[in-house]
Design a protein around this ligand. Structure first.
Ligand SMILES: Cc1cc2nc3c(=O)[nH]c(=O)nc-3n(C[C@H](O)[C@H](O)[C@H](O)COP(=O)(O)OP(=O)(O)OC[C@H]3O[C@@H](n4cnc5c(N)ncnc54)[C@H](O)[C@@H]3O)c2cc1C
Length: 421
């Protein structure tokens, strides 16, 4: 049976991918006068990695640019309903960043000092205060803890995606599922349109927000998108007595583990030291994120790491175990901006584990860049053109991406040096 033809043949911007990046970019493009915005997804919109996120936002970031983006993201979420009329549910939980070793305590102290300098409201607290703020977490024996009252989480990430989609559609954007982009027309070095099995859309501007498929989409235009997809998993316990729904997120830095309230129980996730790279280009053509293999052993080891601090998790039932793919880059930073070599092609990927929470700000900055030429936050350090073509082999990229993942919480100067593949 022939698939139904696309209802549009022409657009000012086509966004490829209706995940966190694509839907935020689409909303902000439609809201900032980009004209006719069309979002195409190969599956149902908002069905791949983004709805599987933990939903955590984090104001402590590696530098001033990322901090500014994290602050802007939280402001966008907080003000969303007022600006668009569409609710965007979120929990103003605050968070705790805690350390149990001297090296990690020093790291928390240094990050707190730097973040305060970049305008983040935070306070160093003692172990008793940790237990008071997050009663599900026993702070006894901690060597350092930092409380960030401004951090938030989204209980069900699918609700944010639905909100961005609805707000985008109210501004005239068209969001279509079951519309895989199989070709990008490039004429005289410029984007001219996209091809799908349901027809073509003429356009001079395309955003590649295809998540784990971002590199595969880049190839359609002859552009290299240096991302290495790497698995990340979490699980949610059954209901547990005494866990307040708005208790703070706790991040245990040396265990590389995070815990937050979820659905009446607790969510647990973390960064494994030996993670699984998984490129959809090497999987079967029908690969979808739901096929990402689950490994309970990894989560059991995270649970054991924090068993003394989170006793409620011991023997708790598992209500959900889920996984998706991060798009890692060689330097741990996003790819946001124009692609090298093809005018009109823009990238919004390279999430490095923070794409859900930073996509509100990154989508806004990308829209401002496309429409007006200058985003409100200076995001030049995220420009994809910092990686020249052929700057890395595929093996080197994967090794670097795995290293970035495994060292997500490693204190500066203590990481084992990265060895090129
Ligand atoms: C378990 C887990 C927990 C996480 N927790 C957090 C967290 O707490 N905070 C945080 O900030 N981040 C978190 N992340 C990371 C976050 O989920 C990602 O950074 C973010 O979802 C990436 O969004 P995306 O739009 O790039 O990807 P996706 O949501 O996968 O969207 C990409 C879309 O592109 C579509 N597509 C692909 N190819 C094509 C094509 N050829 N044509 C049309 N469409 C195409 C796909 O179908 C897909 O819908 C977590 C991730 C996982 C897996």
């Amino acid at each position: 049976m022939m698939a139904e033809p696309l209802p549009v043949a022409e657009a000012d911007v086509v966004v490829i991918g209706a995940g966190a990046f694509g839907l935020s970019a689409a909303y902000h493009l439609a809201a900032s006068g980009a004209g006719r915005v069309v979002v195409l997804d190969r599956f149902a919109p908002a069905s791949q990695t983004s709805p599987r996120a933990a939903g955590l936002f984090k104001l402590v970031q590696a530098d001033a640019t990322l901090t500014r983006l994290a602050q802007l993201s939280i402001a966008i979420v907080r003000d969303f309903e007022g600006e668009t009329g569409v609710p965007m549910p979120h929990v103003r939980s605050g968070s705790l960043l805690v350390a149990r070793t001297a090296a990690h305590a020093a790291m928390v102290g240094a990050e707190a000092a730097a973040s305060r300098g970049w305008g983040v409201d935070l306070e160093l607290v003692d172990e008793r205060e940790v237990s008071r703020l997050a009663p599900y977490f026993d702070g006894a024996g901690l060597l350092a803890a930092c409380h960030l009252p401004g951090d938030i989480f989204v209980e069900e990430p699918a609700t944010s995606l639905a909100a961005f989609r609805e707000a985008a559609e109210r501004r005239g954007a068209v969001v279509l599922g079951e519309a895989p982009v199989t070709g990008i027309r490039v004429e005289r070095g410029r984007v001219a349109g996209v091809v799908t099995p349901r027809g073509e859309v003429r356009t001079e501007t395309v955003v590649d927000a295809a998540g784990a498929w971002a590199a595969a989409v880049g190839v359609l235009a002859g552009v290299s998108v240096p991302v290495a997809p790497v698995r990340h998993q979490l699980r949610i316990s059954g209901r547990l007595a005494g866990v307040a729904a708005d208790a703070p997120i706790v991040r245990v830095v040396e265990a590389a583990v995070y815990v937050r309230p979820a659905r009446g129980g607790l969510m647990l996730g973390g960064f494994e030291p030996d993670p699984l790279p998984l490129d959809p280009r090497e999987a079967e053509p029908s690969f979808a994120i739901e096929r990402t293999p689950l490994d309970a052993v990894v989560l059991d080891s995270f649970e054991a790491e924090v068993a003394a601090q989170v006793p409620a998790l011991r023997g708790a039932a598992v209500a959900e175990h889920r996984a998706g793919l991060f798009t890692m880059t060689a330097d741990g930073r996003f790819l946001l901006g124009p692609a090298a070599g093809v005018a009109g092609l823009w990238l919004a990927t390279g999430c490095n584990g923070s794409g859900f929470s930073l996509s509100p700000a990154l989508g806004r900055c990308l829209a401002e860049w496309i429409v007006g030429g200058a985003p409100e936050v200076d995001v030049r350090s995220l420009d994809p053109r910092r990686f020249g073509p052929g700057s890395m082999t595929e093996g080197e990229l994967i090794a670097a991406g795995v290293w970035q993942y495994a060292n997500y919480y490693t204190p500066a100067g203590t990481a084992t040096e990265r060895v090129s593949a």
